[in-house]
Design a protein around this ligand. Structure first.
Ligand SMILES: [Zn+2]
Length: 122
């Protein structure tokens, strides 16, 4: 069973065709194939909102999917890449591996040159 996924934008009830994942460590918003299940850092978007997507200031937008049309959820490279991105977007797991510094209150962990930042909505 798979209920129809809806766009997560306020007042938008169109079916979702893509999933937006925020990778806080890299200040990157990745737009990729619809996620197979919901994750805290992911937002489903319809085709219209996917096309009009703009990133917060200082952020980069990476589009893994085509800008229009439904994305096939077949096991292709795009989905694997999207899953890898979602993996990297989980600060809790990364935080457990790194030692937290007290420099930045938003910073919860440091790993190599990557900094893991607390999600603004948590
Ligand atoms: Zn929408």
């Amino acid at each position: 069973m798979s209920p129809v996924r809806r766009c997560s934008r306020t007042a938008c009830g169109r079916p979702a065709v893509a999933t937006l994942t925020y990778v806080y460590a890299d200040s990157t918003a990745v737009l990729g194939p619809l996620a197979t299940y919901a994750e805290p850092h992911c937002y489903d978007l319809c085709s219209e909102h996917s096309e009009r997507l703009t990133a917060p200031r200082g952020w980069e937008v990476v589009r893994l999917a085509t800008d229009s049309g439904p994305v096939r959820p077949s096991g292709d490279d795009l989905e694997a890449l999207a899953n890898a991105v979602r993996e990297a977007a989980r600060p809790q797991e990364r935080a457990a591996r790194g030692a937290a510094r007290d420099i930045d209150p938003m910073e919860v962990a440091r790993r190599g040159h990557l900094r893991v930042l607390r999600s603004p909505e948590s």
